[in-house]
Design a protein around this ligand. Sequence first.
Ligand SMILES: *[C@@H]1O[C@H](CO)[C@@H](O)[C@H](O)[C@H]1NC(C)=O
Ligand SMILES: *[C@@H]1O[C@H](CO)[C@@H](O)[C@H](O)[C@H]1NC(C)=O
Ligand SMILES: *[C@@H]1O[C@H](CO)[C@@H](O)[C@H](O)[C@H]1NC(C)=O
Ligand SMILES: *[C@@H]1O[C@H](CO)[C@@H](O)[C@H](O)[C@H]1NC(C)=O
Length: 261
Amino acid sequence: MASSVQHPWLLLLLVLLSAVAPATARTPVFDDNYVPTWGADGYHLRSGAGFCSKSTYGSGFFRMRMKVPGGYTPGVVTAFFLMSVPPQSSDRDEVDFEFLGNVDGQPITLQTNVFVNGHGNREQRLKLWIFVDDVPIRVLRNLTGRVPEYEFPAKRMGIWASLWNGSDWATDRGRIKIDWNRAPFTAGYQGFNVDACANTSSTPCHSTDWWWNARRYRRLSARQRAAYENVKKTYMYYDYCADKDRFKNTTMPVECSHTTT
Ligand SMILES: *[C@@H]1O[C@H](CO)[C@@H](O)[C@H](O)[C@H]1NC(C)=O
Ligand SMILES: *[C@@H]1O[C@H](CO)[C@@H](O)[C@H](O)[C@H]1NC(C)=O
Ligand SMILES: *[C@@H]1O[C@H](CO)[C@@H](O)[C@H](O)[C@H]1NC(C)=O
Ligand SMILES: *[C@@H]1O[C@H](CO)[C@@H](O)[C@H](O)[C@H]1NC(C)=O
């Protein structure tokens, strides 16, 4: 741990990879849509680091190519998430993807979480397999209008990314912490174009003129539903809706008693 005190700024390194722009259609670079939030040093962000979008969005198709740190990475959290403004407010909406590091040879965990009007405690955790593309790994049913006062997502959100120290919770309930002697831990992010309805847009964000609002993106196909059930059965090892002990003293989030259709 002494080394972390001496060189905390060298430890978590987040690298933003800019694609080489083709001559015709210019690929958006980091500065077009994003700004560093903390740990910034030009294009290397250190000692825990993050960035967020310049705009907020009312709808969209959000994607990012991420390379998580390799090797011995317990306690290291690499995140991509949507969060309403102001950030961290007590009534925020949030959608989280967090890659939790692990010891050598053990699979990293992908944890997803959702905050509805400030209320989180909706974690799911799964081990990743090799080909993940096009398989739904988290489904949250739209209960707006079905459950009173349950509106989600109700707020415009920004796009956020960060690499941070999750030693007290991320790996084996915090029992295995970051080994700073293995630093630096480097995450790469690529693809800074944004397909989303920004707050500067004149077209309403719920308009079906936006391609991602088409019907076929609003519900899962039978094939996708089957694929999701297989993910739950085979790879998901924690689901808040199944954790009765956790919600012994409080109410389990309402969506747990609505099956996904
Ligand atoms: C859009 O959202 C960003 C981030 O919250 C804010 O800084 C900007 O002023 C907003 N722009 C408009 C036109 O509302
Ligand atoms: C969610 O359901 C409400 C009420 O039916 C509807 O107005 C809204 O468009 C739906 N949202 C999405 C993203 O489909
Ligand atoms: C990392 O997090 C742990 C647990 O919260 C804390 O004890 C430790 O001081 C942190 N290390 C650094 C370098 O920030
Ligand atoms: C529930 O309340 C009891 C008694 O106050 C406490 O001992 C226990 O830790 C609580 N359980 C949870 C999951 O918060």
